[in-house]
Design a protein around this ligand. Sequence first.
Ligand code: AVJ
Length: 354
Amino acid sequence: PNHHKNVPPMVTQIIDGLTKRRLLPTDGNSENRSLPTVLLYDDKGLNLFDRITYVPEYYLSECEIDVLKTSTREIVAEIPNDSDVIELGCGSLRKTQLLLDALDQMRSGITYYAIDVMPMPLHSALGTLAEKYKNITFVALCGTYDEVLTHFKKATRRKTLLWLGSSIGNNSRAESIEFLSSITDNALVANDGIIIGMDRKKDPDVIMAAYHDSEGLTNQFELNALSHVNNLISEYTATLKGLIAADSVADGIFDVEKFCYTGDYDEVVGRHSAYLEAREDTMISWPRDLAPAVERICGNSSDIAIKRGERIYVESSYKYGKEDFEILAQGSGLVHSAEWSDSRSYYSLNLFRK
Ligand code: AVJ
């Protein structure tokens, strides 16, 4: 049978990342197996991340809310009447509402677009907002940013994009430039703006604490990527057998117990990296039904021996300094035109204009 031709993209990426070692974006010489960062965000991961945003050590969310509160007027001053506000990622309504409160009172003719890949949370969230803010028109757009943003190319109204939550931090500097360049070229016209929430470079101890909280939520959050892999793999092999996922007997490929979360901060680059580290020697064994796919992707389907101490890379969290704002702006065809930060300058919202 040739069913292995239809391996889902995520399963392909998992196999690829685990069978090949790669250099990290800007690292010296450490080559690591890796897992796609998006694996952190299944239902359990989303829930864990939401809880992380409330732990004291994870200052990012608290700071962003602080900036939105203290700089509301200045931010709104950059958003004209009769314009479009477009949020990338449905985000946390906790934050968005701070801005919407002000826009509702101080502006007229605002249309707020929320773009997300997941349809459900989007619609339920916007329903509530439309009730609350009578002066704002709400539109939910479902799809990838690339798919959706091109629809704004021909729009005649002024627009301001919002990209909050330090989501940009998960991209390497080169990936961020690539992403913003494509937005600049495909969705913005002269004078349109994009407001980006960015974590500032700071005392490494503060950053390390944020990613190693004392409640152990970050630990659970990162390790959950392995359980997510196990679920995806067993779901996929179940469909190959013609079973529904619930009947799946396979347990996946990772012995999750054998791993722990480790992270480190590179002060020069300004990047926290998260890894899943083997606590003892362990094997990644491919289910028999997956073997053809593994073979096609990496040439052979033999089990992988992971030595104690080997680290599988899963996430980068990039931090920004003044010079990085400029490099990002210039590389993306934008101008860095304002920065609003909290009292400690831990975190800032940055306005870039085309
Ligand atoms: C959601 C990408 C901003 O990198 O700080 C939190 C995710 N990872 N704790 C971040 C995360 C570990 C978070 N972002």
